[in-house]
Design a binder for this molecule. Sequence first.
Ligand code: URA
Length: 233
Amino acid sequence: MPALRRIDQLLANLGYCSRSEARDWIRSGAVTIRGEAVDDFGAKVDPAEVRVDGEPLDHPDGLLLLLHKPVGLVCSHDGREGPSVYTLLPERWRRRNPVVTSVGRLDKETSGLLLLTDQSELVHRLTSPKHKVPKIYRATLDRDLDPTLVALFAAGSLQLEDEKQPCAPAELRIVSPREAELTLTEGKYHQVRRMFAAAGNTVLTLHRARFGTLELGDLPPGQWREMSLPFPF
Ligand code: URA
């Protein structure tokens, strides 16, 4: 049995328009169900059956996007923090309620794989340290890496300033003297940069190559790919 939703609220929540504008649209006959104009804006409807100007609804069951975040955009909805990853999305998606948000955050100067969704349970599930979803970061450093960092990061005892818990064990693979791949299963604030800083290195560039089993493939920076819901845990 599909979940029925009130038509004016449904259109507003999917970012089509305000609820009062939805009522005008409905009165104008633009909204149909199985070919029949809806005349009651309080009608409870199956979203799959609704058409607006003859078109099916835009992702009525939720959105999940895999974005290649470029450097220079923030993951915040607060415009005062600068241009955000949300500016890359169509207006209608930016007006959705629940709001489309990132699954965790990447710093302004970090590029790479970022999931965006309006499914709050999914955000919770994928960001909770309890579930230990592995994230792989590629970093370039300002000086040659000390091979003893591999054991230091793996030990699970590295304590960062102002954190209650030490960093969980993390796998470091030294790719070349100043390049490394670090796998984390948690997401403390600026964690990769702070872990390397604690060991005397400065991260020059940072890119997230993987999130769980997901990879960017050949997706260019600034582009996204739609993922199907429910998420394949
Ligand atoms: N760690 C960081 O330092 N920055 C990021 O963007 C992600 C992880």
